[in-house]
Design a protein around this ligand. Structure first.
Ligand code: SAM
Length: 268
């Protein structure tokens, strides 16, 4: 197939990617037929998957609003994805024009498109890196220029750690990313789980192996360890729609069907 102008050279157009499948589910335009085919197959096993992805994106916006209102003005957004409406810098800078954001993603399409939309925004930059390589992220010039770790920072790990296999030590990577953060910093995590899910979820999980980033479903107890000893903000680590909904009606009858947990914790 022909490579569209927004897709950087060298990407594999014959293999679906997690970021483009997510982009499709949240209504974005940066995905190929190969991504949409996989999305439709996943949907056969988990019909509410698009709802889950939107619930994740909605939590991101609520969380960034919460953080900006709490005085946070610097964000390190890991696994940031292909920019779509309501990105972290848009939500944060709408409330505080001085807010700084560094996006990090492993996917070249996500990085290229982020670079394009951030070209005129000196307070937001994007880094091409693997979240499992915290040393590279923390040493990156964009991070050292924009993020001052002696002041409170928000580290966002939304919908990304389930792409990090156990042998890449996600817990160690998170701990390394958080260890240098000042008191008053926050970490936000959302993560897919099989807890309480029908067995078909495992079929959908296997399909994710067609991308270069297979999903690892983890239990609530395991996800909770990523927050270290930081203090969870109310209501704790909960199914996505239950995390500080704007309206009670947004929660729906079955928040557990989101198949993912989300939480925010502060370093006290
Ligand atoms: C489901 S999207 C989440 C996007 C955004 N954080 C959100 O919550 O709306 C997951 C993103 O994580 C990226 N990703 C997957 N594995 C990664 C890794 N090891 N390091 C950095 N990014 C990764 C994918 O490329 C994708 O863009």
């Amino acid at each position: 197939m022909t490579r569209p102008s927004w897709a950087p050279e060298g990407i594999d157009l014959d293999r679906p990617s997690a970021s483009r499948v997510y982009d499709y589910f949240v209504g974005g335009m940066h995905n190929f037929e190969i991504d949409r085919q996989l999305a439709r197959m996943i949907e056969q096993f988990t019909p509410n998957v698009a709802e889950t992805m939107r619930a994740n994106r909605d939590l991101l916006r609520r969380c960034v609003r919460y953080l900006t209102d709490a005085g946070i003005d610097q964000f390190l957004d890991l696994g940031s994805g292909i920019p779509t409406v309501g990105n972290v810098h848009e939500v944060a800078q709408a409330r505080n024009p001085e807010a700084k954001v560094v996006y990090v993603d492993i996917d070249p399409v996500a990085v290229a498109h982020s670079q394009a939309i951030l070209a005129d925004n000196p307070l937001a930059q994007v880094v091409h890196a693997d979240v499992a390589d915290p040393a590279a992220i923390l040493a990156d010039p964009a991070v050292t220029k924009l993020i001052d770790f002696s002041r409170p920072v928000a580290v966002l790990l939304l919908g990304v750690l389930h792409f990090v296999p156990d042998d890449a030590d996600p817990a160690g990577a998170v701990a390394r990313l958080l260890e240098g953060c000042a008191y008053g910093s926050y970490v936000a995590i959302t993560h897919a789980t099989a807890d309480g899910q029908p067995p078909e979820v495992l079929e959908a999980q296997k399909l994710s192996g067609r991308t270069s980033t297979e999903i690892v479903l983890r239990s609530r107890a395991e996800i909770a360890t990523y927050f270290l000893d930081w203090t969870l903000v109310d209501p704790g680590l909960v199914h996505l729609p239950l995390w500080r909904p704007d309206n009670a009606a947004d929660v729906g009858e079955h928040p557990e069907r989101s198949g993912a947990y989300g939480g925010l914790a502060r370093k006290d």
